[in-house]
Design a protein around this ligand. Structure first.
Ligand code: ASP
Length: 583
């Protein structure tokens, strides 16, 4: 028997019992007459004690134990004279009678502690050691619990878990595909799914009216902190539903997860239209933990001869409460912030409402004090508030002000990670115009249904068509998104036309789906949640890498197994691939 108990289990009530434990040596301390060893496993840490007076040779053996050695001990649970209230097992220790080395260990390249001395790269190379650390362990346990709760909940709602293939043909979701060459079909390739989108729709045609899957998806995109080339979605689809039914069902899932995992009741999840989100927050994923909404002031700004305002498509600002006393240095910092290329504003205009009621601004030359007082009223500003204004082209200005708003939220401590504000953003535009290629792209994907009342606009003003599409946003992070789908072959064909597909191209890529639509496709819709992001949000982690057992780094590499890697000549030949000269 390797163990009678785990290293996290023993308490005062076990004193006097003979037990056997196995685990890793966290550390050992030599106090002359006594040697203490902290023994660790997944469940916790238990202190072992070896007494020189009782058994000198055993004690000498214990002194030889290095960090991360794997041992088995047998001994008696004893009350500690020096209790450690910080450890769940801190009231007891094991007076060891038998020690057995199960395996030695090299000195680990970094300490296996909560605050380790190992840098990111080293920890990723030795991820199996990194995973021994308790923050990682807790994150993966949380991930497991969230997956279980999700499956249980959706199963209780009649969803069935169905696996879809990983070797498919490309599904256009806007990213590049990872491809897999076929040995048996020379010159042909599978693609790894960017999502099971078409399959889940085919399952609806097949009559499996509630489908779910916690599934790996693959997208060959540039990587960021919240992106990985392979990531996991909670993917769902339902038949005979309207948008409201989908939102209701998945509000249920989100409520359940907050309740079951965090013991929080989050209340009814509000809805905001995409147009309002853009207008008041400049973002389709607003952080609604704090207010600071945008105020547009075209009428106040124009006609006073200030060229920045005169030439601008949009003049819009925010009011930062209690920042009226910001120093020159602080204001310069904010100006530099908005001018950063990632933010992209040309400059920052501010109006300070001083505590003594006077007003000071960068636009004094163009506006009278009375006029500026009207600005204050419009922004609901009080003495000691600061109004910051950006002007320019609408989309760009909104995006920049959105960044500034978040920056102010950070500075003012308004983005409390312990608070959760959940939101549905609805009525997304169906299409997005791309200036470079001069064509429309589907904002969500080409299977998303337009709002029925907007269908006529497809012919006259496609950019104005709204979709039955929705996103779930938590604390300013897009956690999920979905839509009601097109289930009518003609409408789907029309959509492909608008997206610039020729009839042949549409048939070649999606013939299987359009054909299926001829065999009694029910009305349907669904959603997918980014599971890694959801877990990271619940874990309070900075990056989704922290909640993935074996993540890839920013260049898409697995540092541990050293992948991707070249293939040898023989393997390449087998899959009919010849590399270009120089690669
Ligand atoms: N397949 C979509 C995505 O991955 C989600 C959905 O529409 O259900 O974003």
């Amino acid at each position: 028997m390797y163990r009678s108990h785990t290293c996290g289990e023993l308490r005062m009530k076990h004193t006097g019992q003979a037990v056997t434990l196995s685990g890793w040596v966290q550390r050992s301390r030599d106090l002359g007459g006594m040697t203490f060893v902290d023994l660790r496993d997944r469940y916790g840490i238990t202190q072992l004690v070896f007494n020189m007076e009782v058994d000198p040779s055993l004690c000498l053996e214990a002194r030889k134990l290095g960090r991360e050695y794997v041992i088995r001990v047998t001994g008696v649970v004893t009350e500690r004279s020096n209790k450690n209230p910080k450890m769940p097992t801190g009231d007891i220790e094991i007076a060891v009678e038998k020690l057995e080395l199960l395996n030695a260990s090299k000195i680990p390249p970094f300490t296996i502690e909560d605050n380790t001395d190992g840098g990111e790269e080293l920890r990723m190379k030795y991820r199996y050691l990194d995973l021994r650390r308790s923050p990682n362990l807790k994150n993966l346990e949380l991930r497991h619990r969230m997956a279980m709760e999700t499956r249980d909940y959706l199963s209780s709602q009649g969803f069935i878990d169905i696996e879809t293939p990983c070797m498919i043909k490309s599904t256009p979701e806007g990213a590049r595909d990872f491809v897999v060459p076929s040995r048996m079909n020379p010159g042909q390739f599978y693609a790894l799914p960017q999502s099971p989108q078409t399959f889940k729709q085919l399952l609806m045609v097949a009559g499996y009216d509630r489908y779910m899957q916690i599934v790996k998806c693959f997208r060959d995109e540039d990587l960021r902190a919240d992106r990985q080339p392979e990531f996991t979605q909670i993917d769902c689809e339902m038949a005979f539903v309207e948008q409201e039914d989908v939102l209701e069902t998945f509000s249920g899932l989100i409520h359940h997860l907050f309740h079951a995992i965090k013991d929080l009741r989050i209340g009814r999840i509000p809805k905001m239209t995409w147009a309002d989100a853009m207008r008041y927050y400049g973002s389709d994923k607003p952080d609604t933990r704090f207010d600071m909404k945008f105020t547009e002031v075209p009428d106040l700004a124009k006609g006073r001869g200030f060229s920045v305002f005169e030439e601008a498509e949009l003049v819009v600002g925010i009011c930062a409460k209690g920042c009226g006393d910001y120093s020159r240095k602080q204001l310069d910092e904010l100006t530099d912030f908005v001018k950063r290329p990632q933010v992209g504003a040309r400059g920052l205009i501010y109006v300070k409402y001083n505590s003594d009621g006077t007003i000071k601004s960068t636009i004094d030359k163009f506006f009278t004090e009375d006029e500026l007082r009207e600005w204050m009223r419009r922004f609901d500003a009080e003495p000691n508030d600061l109004i910051m204004i950006l002007a320019g082209e609408t989309l760009r200005t909104r995006k920049a002000l959105s960044e500034l708003r978040l920056e102010m939220g950070n500075r003012l401590g308004l983005r409390d990670p312990e608070r959760y504000e959940v939101l549905w953003v609805v009525d997304f535009p169906l299409l997005e115009w791309d200036e470079e290629t001069k064509r429309f792209y589907a904002m969500h994907h080409p299977f998303t249904s337009p709002k029925p009342e907007d269908i006529p606009l497809l012919d006259t003003d496609p950019g104005a068509v709204r979709a039955n599409a929705y996103d779930l946003v938590i604390n300013g992070v897009e956690i999920g998104g979905g839509s009601i789908r097109i289930h009518n072959k003609e409408l789907q064909r029309r959509m492909f036309q608008v997206l610039g597909f020729t009839e042949e191209k549409a048939q070649e890529q999606f013939g299987f789906l359009m054909n299926a639509f001829e065999y009694g496709a029910p009305p349907h819709g669904g959603i997918a949640f980014g599971f890694d992001r959801l877990v990271a949000m619940f874990a309070g982690a900075d990056s989704i890498r922290d909640v993935i057992a074996f993540p890839k780094n920013n260049s898409g590499r697995d540092m541990m197994i050293d992948s991707p890697a070249p293939l040898d000549e023989e393997q390449l030949k087998e899959i009919h691939i010849r590399l270009r000269e120089g690669i």
